[in-house]
Ligand binder design. Structure first.
Ligand code: ATP
Length: 237
């Protein structure tokens, strides 16, 4: 397993946001973690990449105990997150943002890697000299993903890439995520848009109130009456 989470617990003061969950992602997989607002999905992702301390349990990534590695070292080891809200540099141009993404990559060939991203994201190529703050929400999300790919991740953690985007752009972003996975990047995708996430993922986990309540092949989850009723907007029966 590339990622193995066991008994992970995250607390904020007295709140147990993540209540001892198990989760695993194998090399080459696209796995999604779905659940309602506040279920603990972002807290889980942040704990996986060392941004939230685990109160209990363990996170192993590529054989490393994440707690024993300084947070800034993890991207250099291929563990890269695209946070909710994107975190791009608004005053820098598209191209400068991409170049910044390569800082964590020891053997980066920046011009070549940027051209590679422009191949996946032609829209960013058109906007290469524009400052990132002037891009549309969808373009900013593309830039955040492209910048993360500049670090040549082995495991890409995506936190709600569809958030705040119009339906057409959401579809585009999911298409890109699928394409990146097809290129061989292992992905753990956190999404409230359960249907689209399950349509592109191989496996999925359902999170409710800090616990994993279901874990299965994505196709089985899509067909599960409980999932259909609670997350896919379909009535029972
Ligand atoms: P969202 O889709 O809103 O990001 P989520 O499933 O990712 O939801 P989390 O953001 O992980 O859920 O939040 C889980 C719980 O922890 C919620 O009850 C939330 O209010 C709480 N929480 C999250 N971050 C903090 C924080 N920094 N301080 C205190 N409580 C927090």
């Amino acid at each position: 397993m590339l990622l193995e989470v066991k008994g992970l617990e995250v607390r904020y003061g007295g709140i147990r946001a993540v209540k001892g969950i198990d989760l695993a992602v194998d090399t080459g997989e696209l796995v999604c973690l779905i659940g309602a607002n506040g279920a603990g999905k972002s807290s889980t992702l942040r704990a996986i990449c060392g941004l939230n301390p685990a109160r209990a349990g363990s996170v192993r990534y590529a054989g490393l105990d994440v707690a024993s590695v300084p947070v800034y070292e993890l991207p250099r080891k291929g563990l890269v997150m695209v946070p909710e809200g994107r975190g791009i540099f608004p005053q820098l141009t598209v191209e400068e943002n991409l170049a910044m993404g390569a800082f964590a990559c020891a053997d980066a060939d920046v011009p070549r890697d940027i051209e590679r991203q422009y191949g996946t994201f032609p829209r960013l190529k058109e906007r290469r000299t524009q400052t990132a703050g002037t891009l549309s929400g969808g373009e900013q999300q593309m830039l955040a993903i492209a910048r993360a790919l500049m670090a040549r991740p082995k495991l890409l953690l995506l936190d709600e890439p569809s958030m705040g985007l119009a339906p057409l752009l959401v579809a585009k972003i999911f298409e890109i995520v699928r394409e990146i996975a097809a290129q061989g990047v292992t992905i753990l995708l956190v999404e409230q848009n359960a249907r689209l996430a399950l349509e592109i993922a191989g496996r999925g986990y359902v999170m409710e109130s800090g616990a994993i309540t279901l874990a299965d092949e994505a196709a089985n989850l899509l067909a599960d009456p409980k999932v259909r009723e609670a997350y896919l907007g379909e009535g029972a029966g």
